[in-house]
Ligand binder design. Sequence first.
Ligand code: SAM
Length: 281
Amino acid sequence: MSRLYLVGTPIGNLGDLSPRAVEVLGSVDFIAAEDTRVTLKLLNHFGIKKPLVSYYAHNLRERGQVIVARILAGERCAIVTDAGMPCISDPGEDLVRLCAEAGVPVEAVPGPSAAVTALAVSGLPTSRFAFEGFLSVKRNSRTAHLAQVKDDPRTLIFYEAPHKLLATLNDLLEAFGNRRISLARELTKLHEEVRRTTLSEAVEWYAEHPPRGEFVLVVEGAQVRLDEPPTLEEAVELVQALAAGGMSLSDAAKEAARQTGYKKGELYKHSLNVPVPEQEG
Ligand code: SAM
């Protein structure tokens, strides 16, 4: 049956293209690709021959209509981008909307996404997070964006290009203060690296060591501001919340001690008597 397939492709390691993705790419009538040269290399590697149409930021308005018309006429289309999941800081969102409006079925063939992969290896809380994509290069929009998320307690995920990394780290430090950050570089590739550090140390490091490759920045969320000194009960609740978010009880007690001023040992001891609440989902 005619439809649009959203096909996730590797963010580096070709071994991450799923067998189902290979099967779908080999069986559709045509493939809409962000950069047909990049996709051709992927298809050649897997021995797949398919007609390609380009679908990228600057032609998506008229090209989207053409693609939907072809699907409505009975064809099956797969959309892919240069790497990762379509629609995530990549073309696709607009096409899915057009398909939804036209009643065209959309099926996901999920693959890796740099954002979620970087979050998973960050060592920062993963139970609640916000994907912030790329910061604008325009100073005003950039400042407004950072001001908007400054007090968000969720872990924040940003994409960044290497030549803008240092400026972005400086802006994050200025807007957020010295928070923890995990920088995931070249995920799934030969020079994969995860640097778990603080914003000020990251600024120092990359001022000395010019960044190369692709980066995802995973930044600690805002600490909950407590206007009055927290009670012991509140501090123990914080330990429980951090533990429920995936931290070990010992790390949760350490973090809560840092945030509340209570002694880690005291919080740990009291937390042992309180059962960790079950996580949703
Ligand atoms: N749609 C893609 C996804 O789902 O991950 C993201 C596309 S976006 C245009 C490209 C950005 O993703 C890069 O600038 C970088 O921030 C991040 N990225 C992609 N591949 C990466 C990798 N292997 N390691 C680290 N970051 C990566």
